[in-house]
Ligand binder design. Sequence first.
Ligand code: GLN
Ligand code: ZN
Length: 757
Amino acid sequence: MKTSIIGYPRIGSLRELKFASEKYFRQEISADALQETAKTLRQENWSVQKASGLDLIPSNDFSFYDGMLDTAVLLNAVPERYRALDLSALDMYFAMARGYQGDHGDVKALAMKKWFHTNYHYMVPEIEDTTQLKLDDTKPFDLFNEAKVAGVETKPVIIGAYTFLKLARFLGKKTAVDFVDDAMRAYGEILARLSACGAQWVQLDEPCLVKDMTDADQALFQALYQKILSDKHGVKVLLQTYFGDVRDCYTILCAMDFDGIGLDFIEGKQSLALVQENGFPADKLLFAGVVNGRNIWRNHYAATLELVETLKQSAAQIVLSTSCSLLHVPYTLRNEEKMVQEYRRHFAYAEEKLSELSELKAILEADAPEETAAYQNNAALFASPRSGADPAVQARVAALSEKDFVRLPEFAAREAIQHERFGLPLLPTTTIGSFPQTKEVRAARAAFRKGESTQEQYDAFLKEQITACIRLQEQIGLDVLVHGEFERNDMVEYFGESLDGYLFTEKAWVQSYGTRCVKPPVIWGDISRAKPMTVKWSTFAQSLTDLPVKGMLTGPVTILNWSFPREDISLKESAYQIALAIRDEVLDLEANGIRIIQVDEAALREKLPLRQSDWKSYYLDWAIPAFRLVHSGVKPETQIHTHMCYSEFADIIREIDDMDADVITFEASRSDLTILDVLKESNFRTEVGPGVYDIHSPRVPSQEEIQVALQKMLDKIPARKLWVNPDCGLKTRGNAETVPSLEHLVQAAKEVRKTLA
Ligand code: GLN
Ligand code: ZN
């Protein structure tokens, strides 16, 4: 039995590539120095992998920015505007990734999108009618050779033609089918070149196969691969899938001339059933993704052993693998210097997952697997009770019943009560929560964290900021105020720190896009509210004014989606626990005189299953109730707002309305406002504040353009349901543009109100 991984993180265990790249961007180091850092990091990865005993070591999983971008360059899908800059290859690559402004011209970056349901983002290739897909780069060959020189035999990894074409944007009249011939020729040439370099295996990543496939998709896939596989130039081709199961094309894959097929048995709900029911071709290797590539918990060997034994009944040759690239987990526990053993022994980052693969291999090859030390240690770990269990929390979740998810009275009655209570004008104006996090704010927080200022000093500073923010909003003339969120820089960590059951890491960085990394906290145990989280600042802000100040919380689904979740209980169970903790905070805010409470669900859409047919039963059926649980206990006159950072919710519009918030604000300024039609058609009940200007840009919108936007909205949304607000929090903006923008917003609302009276 052999072992394989799909890919490895590349940003560096201490984010060396990030820092080197950013230095290069600032022109503090040369291109050669950056290349040198990259090379060192690749060599480190290979040597760690080799030392672990990994059989199939990946190459070309390295990227300076993103693998899709690398593939676009490899296939010559480079838009003319970047070529025209006439830069070095490396600088043109970075121009595509980040945009370019300088002596050579001024161009925007390619669009960036979420990579499936992960928090990683890829650059979206652009394909024009004139684009000539052809092999135009040597990176896969260079890196294969680099490893070979270092004495490491590797398996080059390349994003496959189907996924590349499915994720690309076609700007002209042509579509994916028009590029089949060119693409297959290019991939054929890649196989030939890799074969000439001495590669045995080539891995083609096709994660798009785990999404719903139409007949046309299946035909596209077959057209591409029949041609690619008709001449493999002597290399073995591994068709690698991940992030789900391939229920729409399993039999097609089995019938084609692949040498190996990689399936995900962690997230692929039907992967096992597919293999059992259809069998697996005896002439192929099954690369079985049994070690979770997306979470950081130790693998449970007993369960994995059982799975592999079951697979063996259908598949003659099995390679042990990860469920997806290890890109989505941090590097190594070695850097977690402060983490105590009690926690540490439960975790496996990328490097520890390599050890798991080699241990699993040894166990499976042993005469008496259950008697091996590795197996027994692992069994003991899973048998011993873990700290973090809280019977009270568990009992509270177990005791939930239907009525806990229902807020009374129903929406229309509340709406009337609230309109009466608040007496707000038509088209009430508000903001999403945060105000500019100036240098001063960040410096004060950093100083406090480092112990350079006292709690009293920091609190005094925050009070000053909040006071100024309230006065500013009053001056501008906003109707519903916020405290400004100066005490937090993050939507999850801030809450996690006041929740029991959360664990924070030191170095568990995961690449989010390009040089940006995130460090998600870990849900370690049962979650409960250790102490009030926002009451102090919200009540302070409210004490300064008679206008309503919104309490500001992050919702349970977003907190869960931006953390490493538990594997010993369901996501639903965790979501309900977090919901109950946030519910306690909501009720506390209400009891302390906060009349409007906003519960942000910025990431609600993020973890929607990849197949639409799974949305309801695997996600929405608990995600929406979790939100309802948060607010079902408030009085009718307390107004609940929510906010989402996107407007693509046409396909889940019923569920969004079913969250039963009183008001929802969302991003609309960059979308074409088609969402307004959807709101109208669905008879959307919740009051809405579609963002009237884009806060992602420093541009100041004019009063007139906001008026025009409002008029458009009024065509579709009844005036008594329409709110006026920017499209997201203002924390990334400066005061210079924020103040005039909000002034224009308020003036626009006032002007439009006149036409409604
Ligand atoms: N209330 C948060 C803020 O204004 C919302 C942030 C977000 O939606 N990403 O910053
Ligand atoms: Zn937002």
